[in-house]
Write a new protein. Structure first.
Length: 325
């Protein structure tokens, strides 16, 4: 009787287990199917925000492929990479978007990217992929030189070089971004290193009295500048195009420094171990297509990486400064 009872109990448990497994399998299958119809992109606030390129690009991508794009704001380029590294063993994102040429070495060493060359890579402007390391860990989607933007109506004289920024007349007049969290912050640091070399630390020490704040990211820092909190801010040569396009005139000017300038090239990369690698690849290819790249100049306010895109009239007065090698 005990043996029979035991067999009955075991049979019931096996049936329950099979039923539960079947139920779990169905749920898992549904979840997997839904995940393969969604591309998760880690990016930064000004790209995925209401006025950024992200919403319109996501809409066009969904119309073309039927796939949903979910953007997750990680703060800025440096923070995007840091978050991806923390999740390296079980990645949540499929694409990292917003790292730049100043982060290529860290990106390569991080091990979070899988090399992927888009099928339509021939549309890219010459030299952009090389700026990102030339290994297709990241695909360039926009670019612009860094520049100091000056409010010409502030009553403050325009500086002509990096050294000028250390003068007493610019005390608390400059807004920078933190290099630990922001790609423009890291870009300014790179610029200083290019110009001053071993004397860069000494320059930054002399510059300190001129700095009003080190903002955590571009959106915060540039917002403070346009609100009139300081007449100078680190941004991009292309930034004045925004103000021209929206009828704000040309009071905000990108200064051309005698030192030369450094370029930022931003890229998007496929995450190693991504849950939806095929969707990620399709998104990156779409990102550099004309359909998506036409959105970049008047939302991202940068040059599009696709050489076939025609720039709007608000870029007509923008001049390319000398780029330091």
């Amino acid at each position: 009787m005990k043996k029979v009872h035991t067999l009955i109990v075991l049979s019931i448990l096996m049936v329950c287990s099979l039923f539960a497994g079947s139920k779990k399998s169905k749920k898992s299958t549904k979840a997997d199917a839904a995940r393969l119809n969604e591309v998760i992109v880690y990016t930064y606030d000004s790209f995925c925000g209401e006025w950024g390129s992200g919403p319109e690009i996501a809409k066009r991508f969904e119309e073309k492929t039927g796939m949903k794009v979910t953007f997750i704001d990680c703060g800025d380029g440096v923070q995007i990479l840091s978050k991806a590294q923390l999740e390296k063993n079980d990645p949540y994102a499929d694409v990292l978007l917003g790292l730049d040429n100043n982060l290529t070495e860290k990106a390569a060493k991080s091990g979070v990217f899988e090399s992927f060359k888009p099928a339509n890579a021939t549309v890219l402007d010459e030299g952009l992929e090389e700026a990102l390391g030339g290994n297709w860990l990241m695909t360039p989607y926009d670019y612009s030189p860094f520049a100091i933007i000056w409010n010409s109506k502030s009553g403050v004289e325009a500086p002509k070089c990096l050294e000028d920024l250390t003068k007493d007349i610019y005390k608390k007049k400059l807004i920078l971004m933190d290099a630990r969290t922001s790609t423009p912050g890291l870009g300014f640091e790179t610029w200083v290193n290019k110009v001053y070399g071993k004397k860069a630390a000494d320059y930054m020490k002399r510059l300190t009295p001129s700095i009003l704040t080190m903002a955590p990211g571009w959106s915060v820092g540039y917002g403070m500048f346009t609100d009139g909190e300081a007449p100078l801010v680190i941004s991009y040569t292309t930034s004045p195009a925004y103000h021209i396009e929206y009828g704000e005139g040309d009071q905000f000017k990108a200064l051309t420094f005698t030192d030369g300038h450094v370029m930022q090239v931003e890229g998007a990369g496929l995450v190693k171990g991504a849950k939806n690698p095929e969707g990620a690849k399709k998104f990156i290819e779409f990102l550099i297509s004309e359909d998506a790249q036409n959105v970049i100049p008047t939302t991202q306010w940068m040059y599009p990486s696709n050489k076939n895109v025609k720039l709007p009239a608000c870029y007509d007065t923008i001049e390319m400064p000398e780029i330091l090698k």
